[in-house]
Write a protein that binds this ligand. Structure first.
Ligand SMILES: Nc1ncnc2c1ncn2[C@@H]1O[C@H](COP(=O)(O)OP(=O)(O)OP(=O)(O)O)[C@@H](O)[C@H]1O
Ligand SMILES: [Mg+2]
Length: 422
């Protein structure tokens, strides 16, 4: 029979992101472990074949050991997700998903008797097609046979965030590395009203790279991980772009960005170009200002409208407009409730707001509340998750803890615990 105490002890959350996989059991507390969601397929070497240590795919920290491989890299290094979706027939991508899940679970597998596998709660993009659920359960079936999983379930990422915040009526805006999902929730996500953007932290990286090139640091932009660090440390989100740029040009010293990546001799000083810091955050929220034209003209790709599977992703719609469009697809009666509880999550909302730049550079919730009011929403309430990168994972844990094992998975509702054969 089902042992509810067992389930609660062994809840395990898995948040599959485009750039990072966040994972860990309930005992992790507030923070999951994080590893890059990618795998490296090494060349088969005769030596390791003889020694029997051949691995077809390497994930986690060990990937770093292979990153020197130069031109080989692009074919051997696989990031399995594009806009939160793994292509159906991409066997190598699914192989990465399997291995990253296996190693994540194995890391926490308790030794000794009595362990019958984890209760895994996986979070996938709200736009993930049904085949991803099927494939995911097939992967988990294997891991169940290996004793790592007892039961599993899959929930949409925005629902996980709503659960982490204990909100039943809200709009969740989840913005990660690859994309942004806006999902109104009234007990469950209102599917017809979900809108996705083909824009996330990677686009902020792209403009950061251009800014670095223009400032004379072109040799640094080859490394995406360095560009990302620079972005996270010097990028700013303006309350209003024109005002912020003006302010920066009149007070260059106050806005001046200097950044030294830890452990290196590199020193980045944007000097007189420091006003460009505001472009980085702005581009995430609204890439439509004419100032971005010159970057697009010089070759920085514009975020394009795209279709992934059956789902349409807008390229350049502002986040505020996306929220409004999404809410307006919901019954008018619940619209005030939804605007009254907008929750922001995902690492792409982590913009810092230095105290000395008050009302010039702001955090994500201040910016969006302001923009929604400007667009005529009367009393928007916008809340930024604490540790926004981990909100989805936290929701997975709360969900796994709360849902009884007797509530089995059904394909028509797409919810409940999937009990694996063992
Ligand atoms: N302080 C910061 N300022 C700006 N951006 C940040 C900050 N911290 C993290 N980010 C960005 O957040 C993004 C990662 O967020 P997250 O982990 O939520 O994405 P993901 O889950 O991997 O991707 P997705 O949800 O799109 O599939 C990266 O682009 C990262 O650079
Ligand atoms: Mg994510």
């Amino acid at each position: 029979m089902f042992d509810e105490e067992y389930r609660r002890r062994y809840v395990f959350g898995c948040d599959y992101g485009t750039s990072d996989f966040k994972y860990g059991p309930i005992t992790q507390g507030d923070k999951p472990l994080v590893t890059a969601n990618r795998g490296y397929f090494p060349e088969k070497s005769i030596v390791s074949q003889i020694l029997g240590a051949e691995k077809d795919v390497v994930v986690g920290k060990d990937v770093t050991l292979f990153l020197g491989a130069g031109s080989e890299l692009s074919t051997r290094l696989v990031y399995p997700m594009r806009s939160g979706t793994v292509a159906k027939d991409d066997d190598r991508a699914w192989r990465v998903v399997e291995e990253i899940s296996r190693e994540g679970l194995a890391e926490f597998k308790p030794s000794g008797f009595g362990f019958k596998g984890f209760y895994v709660v996986a979070a996938l993009s709200a736009t993930a097609p049904r085949y991803m659920y099927e494939k995911m359960f097939t992967v988990y079936e294997k891991l169940a046979e290996e004793g790592l999983i007892h039961s599993s379930t899959i929930i949409p990422q925005p629902l996980a965030v709503a659960i982490a915040h204990k909100q039943t009526s809200c709009v969740v805006v989840e913005s990660g590395h690859g994309n942004t999902q806006v999902a109104p929730i009234s007990r469950a996500p209102i599917r017809e009203a979900i809108i996705a953007l083909n824009r996330g932290g990677s686009n902020a990286n792209a403009i950061t790279a251009e800014i670095l090139k223009d400032a004379g640091y072109g040799d640094l932009v080859k490394e995406e991980s360095l560009v990302r660090k620079v972005k996270e440390n010097i990028g700013l989100l303006p309350l209003q772009l024109d005002k912020a740029v003006n302010y920066a040009k009149n007070h260059p010293e106050e806005v001046r960005a200097v950044y030294q990546p830890p452990g290196t001799r590199i020193k980045i000083d944007l000097g007189r170009d420091s006003w460009t810091r505001f472009l980085i955050g702005e581009y995430v929220f609204d890439p439509n200002h004419e100032i971005f034209q010159s970057y697009h003209k010089r070759g920085m790709p514009r975020p394009s409208d795209t279709k992934v599977g059956d789902v349409f992703f807008y390229g350049t719609l502002s986040i505020a407009d996306t929220i409004i469009q999404s809410v307006e697809k919901c019954p008018t009666e619940i619209q005030p409730l939804l605007y009254g509880q907008v929750i922001l999550s995902g690492g792409n909302f982590s913009w810092q707001a230095p105290a000395k730049l008050r009302n010039i550079a702001v955090d994500s919730q201040t910016r969006l509340a302001h923009e929604l009011r400007e667009k005529g929403v009367e009393q928007p309430v916008v809340n930024l998750s604490s540790d926004p990168q981990y909100a989805v994972w936290r929701g997975c844990i709360v969900f796994g803890y709360a849902v009884p094992s007797t509530y089995g998975w059904t394909w028509d509702k797409m919810e409940g615990w999937y009990h694996h054969r063992r």
